[in-house]
Design a protein around this ligand. Structure first.
Ligand SMILES: [Zn+2]
Length: 146
């Protein structure tokens, strides 16, 4: 059977393409990078040729889809350490939403005054003087906790 090839990723920068290729090759999928030479010589042509392509044998496509979805999931987790609700920034914390059991819960940063009072309280071995505002990304339920 003759192999055909499918493009599983296109990148603007050669480094991204090589990182992606090395991840797939680590999983035993042979990759072929295309259009990297033209974009190395003329980087502004990257968009014109449709970016640097990472191609694989079509027989490896199903396996690659699983790995690619893992890569996307990891990068989504990485990106969601912080979320912005209105003008307020929330940081990811460990725990579960009491409303929907989601693990995607975030705590609001203290403002400066509350932060200073909390630091002083902690230095005096007092319990935290303020409850933190927590929000669930999935159901937007809000609650307070220490
Ligand atoms: Zn929730």
């Amino acid at each position: 059977m003759q192999d055909t090839f499918v493009t599983v990723g296109t990148f603007t920068h050669e480094t991204e393409a090589y990182l992606f290729r090395s991840r797939l090759e680590h999983e035993g999928i042979e990759c072929f990078i295309a259009d990297n030479n033209i974009t190395t010589v003329h980087p502004f042509l990257s968009n014109a040729v449709g970016g640097i392509k990472v191609n694989i044998r079509s027989s490896d496509h199903e396996k690659a889809k699983v790995i690619i979805s893992e890569i996307e999931e990891q990068s989504n987790k990485h990106q969601s350490k912080k979320i912005k609700v209105g003008s307020t920034i929330y940081n990811a914390i460990e725990g579960y939403c009491p409303n929907c059991d989601s693990e995607a819960i975030y705590v609001k940063n203290y403002d400066l005054i509350k932060l200073i009072i909390s630091v002083i309280a902690a230095a005096c071995l007092l319990p935290p003087p303020f409850k933190k505002d927590v929000i669930c990304r999935d159901c937007l339920h809000k609650w307070k906790k220490y």
